[in-house]
Design a protein around this ligand. Structure first.
Ligand code: SF4
Length: 427
């Protein structure tokens, strides 16, 4: 056991599964996701796998990332040729430029990049710099997603974000100066104390900065976050649902008037600027994953890397490296189709039956029409000959509708068709 691991006190070793997909059955890989776990502080609402501080472990993380990429490359019949790469976190651009350069190399050098069209990295405005922007541009990154969240200082403070609203414009200017002009801004609504006016102000600031893409997420009170603990202690009072709904509806009007289209429940883009990477997630693509807690989907299999840096480093220790795969699952065909239909129906363009069948081999029209017939009668859904579309005013009811779609697909499964791949202990 090395010093790094002693510091973080690894007491029990998880079991890891071997690569579940036979080379001959490996489908085309559309996308690659890589996870970088370090952040400056932990935002109170965050339930992503991220560690405040710990940058002293950047070298160990990068060593492990390189080994993981090499091990994955051996499992594939030929180098993966993704159309998109997305590096998320954590705050990937928190790494110092030499480390950032090394991470970008580790993520890309085992891939065939001849089909690459979109290469995104997440960044926080306060830790961005011209040097980092140059490193990204040199490595082929052509899209940056900044976590702006709000342009109102008090709202950022309520979320315990460690940047101020004034840092967003300079960070975007640095990206553009390096030649990266495709920029997304993440914004959050439903923050305690937020009003239609302050939300309108944040949306207006994002538009003024000339971004191509805006993601608007509602504030979630996830289990095991500080925000949820503060709520339980009475320190934070969540926004009433009807107020949150008003903010949600305000986005449409504001962004549409500015030339943006809602193409997914939470995502808005100028025409042609949709996030191609996320579209792969929502329309049945296959993607590989690198880094602690990163999730992959290849053919009928889904899996997740171990969600702990200490265990990730332990699994990929030089002498005895194994892939850090946990929670490997082969979904039954109906369940897999149902999960995909739920994602696909969140698109504003709806779910195209022919495209769905091409991806899954499953003719979905009859199943979807049966599941959504009563919602169509209520005027919430359009059941067109070639696709099903949830109408704009019914988007807020999506969870109920989509739950019925999932149930309709899973009802077709025969017991035992899906299974969990049993991991095995290393020692
Ligand atoms: S910057 Fe992002 S990943 Fe890091 S703690 Fe905040 S929300 Fe989580």
């Amino acid at each position: 056991m090395n010093t790094t691991l002693r510091q973080v006190n690894v007491s029990t070793r998880p079991a890891y599964a071997s690569w579940p997909v036979a080379q001959a059955e490996t489908p085309r890989i559309d996308a690659v996701y890589a996870h970088m776990p370090f952040c400056t502080t932990k935002c109170h609402y965050c339930d992503f796998y991220s560690l405040a501080g710990h940058l002293d472990q950047a070298d160990a993380y990068l060593d492990a990332l390189e080994r993981e990429a090499a091990l994955q490359a051996r499992q594939l019949p030929m180098p993966a040729r993704p159309e998109t790469i997305f590096i998320g976190g954590g705050t990937p651009t928190l790494l110092e430029p030499p480390h950032l350069e090394r991470m970008l190399r580790a993520v890309t050098r085992w891939l065939d990049l001849s089909a690459l069209r979109e290469f995104t990295i997440e960044a926080n405005p306060n830790t961005f710099s011209p040097e980092r922007a140059e490193v990204l541009a040199r490595a082929g990154v052509n899209r940056i997603s900044f976590g702006a969240q709000s342009f109102v200082g008090a709202e950022l403070a309520a979320l315990q974000r460690d940047h101020d609203p004034q840092s967003v414009a300079p960070a975007m200017a640095m990206a553009r100066a390096a030649g990266i002009s495709n920029i997304n801004l993440d914004l959050i609504f439903g923050i305690p104390g937020q009003t239609v006016d302050t939300w309108d102000y944040s949306l207006g600031q994002a538009l003024e900065l000339g971004t191509q893409h805006i993601s608007c997420y509602s504030l979630m009170y996830e289990p095991n976050t500080k925000l949820t603990a503060r709520k339980a202690a009475g320190d934070v009072v969540p926004m009433p649902e009807e107020d949150e709904l008003r903010l949600f509806e305000h986005v449409y009007a504001k962004l549409r008037a500015a030339g943006f289209e809602r193409y997914e429940v939470s995502n808005y883009a100028r025409p042609g600027q949709e996030c191609r990477h996320n579209l792969h997630y929502w329309t049945g693509g296959n993607w590989l994953a690198l880094g602690p807690s990163a999730a992959a989907k290849v053919g009928a299999y889904k899996w997740k890397n171990v969600g702990s840096l200490a265990h990730y480093l332990e699994a990929l220790a030089p002498a005895d490296a194994v892939l850090p795969l946990t929670a490997v699952e082969r979904l039954a065909p109906g369940h897999a189709a149902g999960e995909l239909a739920m994602l696909w129906l969140r698109l504003a363009s709806g779910m195209d039956y022919a495209a769905f069948e091409k991806k899954t081999g499953i003719a979905a029209k009859a199943v979807v029409e049966q599941a959504l017939a009563r919602y169509a009668r209520m005027g919430l859904v359009d059941l067109l000959p070639e696709r099903a579309v949830i109408r704009e005013h019914a988007v807020v009811l999506s969870d109920t509708l989509l739950g019925d779609v999932l149930a309709a697909f899973t009802a077709r499964d025969v017991a035992g068709q899906g299974h969990v791949v049993q991991p095995s202990k290393r020692d």
